[in-house]
Design a protein around this ligand. Sequence first.
Ligand SMILES: C[S@@+](CC[C@H](N)C(=O)[O-])C[C@H]1O[C@@H](n2cnc3c(N)ncnc32)[C@H](O)[C@@H]1O
Length: 454
Amino acid sequence: MDLPLLFEKEMRVLLQDKYSDFIDSYDQPRHFGLRVNALKVEDDFVDQMAFELEKIPWCNQGYYYHEDERPGKDAYYMAGCYYIQEPSAMMVGTAVDAKPGDKIIDLCAAPGGKTTHIAAMMEHRGIIVSNDISPSRVRNLNKNIQISGIRNCIVTSEDPANLAKAWPGYFDKVLVDAPCSGEGMFRKDPKLIKSWEENGPDDFVPIQRSILASAHRLLKNGGTLTYSTCTFNMKENEHMIAEFLKEYPQYVLVELENILPVSIGFPIDGLDEQFEKTKRLWPHLQEGEGHFVAKLLKKDVDIKTPISVFKPVISVEAKDAFQGFIESIGYKPEAGILENMHQHVEKVFFIPKEAPETKGLRVFSSGWFLGTYQKKRFEPSQAFASALKPDQVKNKIILDHEDINVTRYLKGETLSIDVENGWYLVCVDTYSLGWGKVVNHKLRNKIEASWRWL
Ligand SMILES: C[S@@+](CC[C@H](N)C(=O)[O-])C[C@H]1O[C@@H](n2cnc3c(N)ncnc32)[C@H](O)[C@@H]1O
């Protein structure tokens, strides 16, 4: 692989006698990974997969697969049973260590690898805000959140500084998976070499510094801030964290006991022991690309601004129409759903009770998008279907994974089905795929048009 001479020179200085092992790794094949989604599947799901999987050490739900396999072309992928993710990137979600009920913000989230990992640990409880400054990247982020069947996510496209103004001290956990020079991903995506030559580490340092300052404002006292990059140089990693610790002495690095076995960060003068708590993954030492992660605990008492919670409002007509729909399919909503429904123009959502007020912010989606209320009728959304389990619904059509009708459904075709008229949740085995409406034994395909297979 043709690497920039300046990059090679800097890596030689950084790695010294380990440099030749490092550079030889660029002639080795890269590794491929997928992470099973606990919101949709049970632990034994991997036994159902048609190809071999091998555990990734630093992520309980992570598996390597062989590069000849095509898991992205499988119906289980469309059912959100797993997310395809570079193996090293899974270390970050493990570091965040989300718990049900947490309030979490992922500031640089697109296309959603870490958000979907974190949300799976939250089991639909608490709130996760998933933000990315780029509106075009947020579109794909939202799709990945919906496919994964997540109900408790607010998707925004904002400068983190605006979020910090709106929600100071609100979050238990903040993740900054920072935009970076991407040195760790050259083997996975050689196009990044050209971007590195155009925008190197020095271009990213001020952006990272500014996002970290917002992260500090968003985090509550006693909360944790996780910072990660997919680059090797120390400016964007250890030096960035050392500078942050100097600016905000109320933080300490915390040990990441749940991430083993990986490498540790480089020492920093006067802070050596602390930096043993930061973690690195190297392509010549671990089976994955380059990554860095640091987790910091905020110890002091500072901002105490009360944050208003979101107050959902829905018209009686829209709510009645929704209730009529769920009765027709035999779905009994979990506690709290009917009490926290919200209508925005024709769109109907469930908003988790922990959700903060979002007025004045660029919000792409809030909570669980259930469907639309138009012309006195409720029409269910793809996101509603994705976050349901078949055993929660009476009206369902279960197709075997090998049934040709699965492919036909995913292509948007009409199927012949011998059931009564009405709406049905269409499933592959025990995983929901989307909606269909049966009229005279024909299933009108309601899978989201942009998700269809070509
Ligand atoms: C490393 S990628 C994030 C990957 C993502 N966390 C995942 O796991 O799929 C960095 C992201 O930061 C976004 N970004 C760049 N500048 C930003 C800023 N100032 N604030 C927030 N996000 C930013 C980019 O659009 C990009 O999507």
